[in-house]
Design a protein around this ligand. Structure first.
Ligand SMILES: Nc1ncnc2c1ncn2[C@@H]1O[C@H](COP(=O)(O)OP(=O)(O)OP(=O)(O)O)[C@@H](O)[C@H]1O
Ligand SMILES: [Mg+2]
Length: 335
């Protein structure tokens, strides 16, 4: 079974001075978000959210504006404290950390990428990327070395000495990603990182990010209001409405079996064929080997399978569309 990196249990977040009172009321009756506002002058941010995020996966949080995505995710690095509920990261209770432990946890384990880039406009690109290391007290040489490494990862080599404000939006967002990666965090929180960008640049960045994510295997919580983006990049997707998590599932579970009309409305714009091709047809490599073995060509297929593993790092999922590549490999070296 996969290791759970992040676990949220019964998390409630209510904004307002009468939050405790409003919590009691909402827990004992079905008070809507609008009723909570009118009766208690409190805003329901997150309503009894539960989720488990596996180590190394990209987990998308999706929903309309105001549904509680940012509020929920900000609990993971304790930028917000829950009105009720618990948050565990790698088994550690985030709410039990003292100020020093919390500082260490934020510096060493977790980084955030924001929708509006959050760069210092009059600092150079390299200085921006090196900032988290500066905060950690790392020497100038070491942090610039790390920044140079990360700038190459996001393919911005040569731009390091420009000011951040001299770069386009897409480039600035890549700087934001490089800055998040500079501290080599275990967990990346990405709050609608690509939504300010035009569709073409956005798709390029999604592709680049997916390649990076496959190499680095960081646990990533990725907020988006675009189901198409969530389906492309997420291993699991949580859909939020009015603070509540209404469905969690793999892309194909969400698209093929939407839990209610709200999810079905999002799903209506997604090509089922795309999801089936991209996800449902993906099989663990053992399954594909077994499939060929039944056809009586086990030894050959074992070779294809091991070649596929060798040529893909640890990515253990293949589409049947990979078959031509395996065949090509066998034809070149048919021992
Ligand atoms: N600091 C705050 N004080 C009071 N209410 C807040 C605060 N932050 C968020 N809220 C409320 O919590 C609810 C959820 O907001 P949140 O920012 O999490 O939504 P979101 O899904 O991230 O939306 P968007 O897609 O627009 O970023 C909203 O009703 C918002 O008004
Ligand atoms: Mg938000």
């Amino acid at each position: 079974m996969s290791e759970i990196a992040i676990e949220l249990n019964n998390v409630w977040k209510i904004f307002g001075t009468r939050a405790e009172e409003a919590l009691k009321a909402v827990q004992s009756s079905s008070l809507s978000k609008a009723e909570m506002l009118s009766e208690f002058n409190c805003v329901l941010g997150v309503a009894n959210a539960n989720m488990q995020i596996e180590a190394g996966e990209i987990f998308c949080v999706m929903g309309l504006s105001g549904s509680g995505k940012s509020t929920l995710v900000r609990h993971i690095n304790r930028l917000l404290e829950p009105t009720a509920g618990s948050i565990h990261v790698n088994g550690v209770d985030v709410m039990a950390m003292n100020p020093q432990e919390l500082r260490n946890y934020r510096n060493a384990n977790i980084a955030m990428v924001f929708q509006n880039f959050g760069l210092m406009p009059h600092r150079s690109v390299l200085d921006n990327i090196a900032m988290p290391l500066e905060i950690r007290g790392i020497s100038k040489n070491q942090r610039l070395e790390a920044a140079e490494r990360c700038i190459e990862l996001v393919e911005l080599g040569g731009w390091g000495n420009k000011f951040a404000h001299e770069l386009s939006g897409g480039m600035q967002q890549r700087v934001g990603l490089a800055r998040a990666l500079a501290s080599d965090p275990e967990i990346l929180l990405m709050d609608e990182p690509f939504s300010a960008l035009d569709p073409l640049i956005r798709r390029q960045l999604q592709n680049q990010f997916m390649q990076l994510a496959a190499q680095m295997k960081k646990t990533t919580v990725f907020i988006t209001h675009d189901l198409d983006e969530a389906v492309r990049i997420g291993a699991h997707i949580a859909i939020m409405r009015d603070g509540a998590v209404v469905q969690i599932g793999t892309p194909e579970e969400i698209v093929m079996h939407p839990a209610d009309d709200y999810v079905a409305d999002f799903v209506a714009g997604i090509s089922r064929l795309k999801v089936v091709r991209a996800h449902a047809v993906m099989q663990p490599i053992e399954a594909i080997t077994a499939w060929f073995s039944i056809g009586g060509c086990g030894r050959i297929c074992q070779r294809y399978a091991s070649w596929a593993v060798d040529h893909s790092g640890d990515q253990q999922r293949y589409t049947l569309g990979d078959y031509p590549r395996w065949s090509a490999c066998w034809c070149r070296d048919p021992k």
